[in-house]
Design a protein. Sequence first.
Length: 83
Amino acid sequence: MAEASTADVKKLSFERALEELETIVKRLEDGKVPLEESVTIYERGEALKRRCEDLLRQAEARVDKITTDAQGTPTGTEPLDVQ
């Protein structure tokens, strides 16, 4: 199930992944989750955190690729090659 869960995370938008991560953090902080479920949702939280970090890195790279003219005005973007 962990592989399916990770594959699902890779399809989430940044906003959706962050929202789910916040829900997991709140549940864990409440301390009312059984141990086995805590471990499972913690693992999903880690996958969500990685997804958010990856999407932020990609967005940052896109911003870095914005081209400007001599006055500093954005004139376009260059293709992003994130690997």
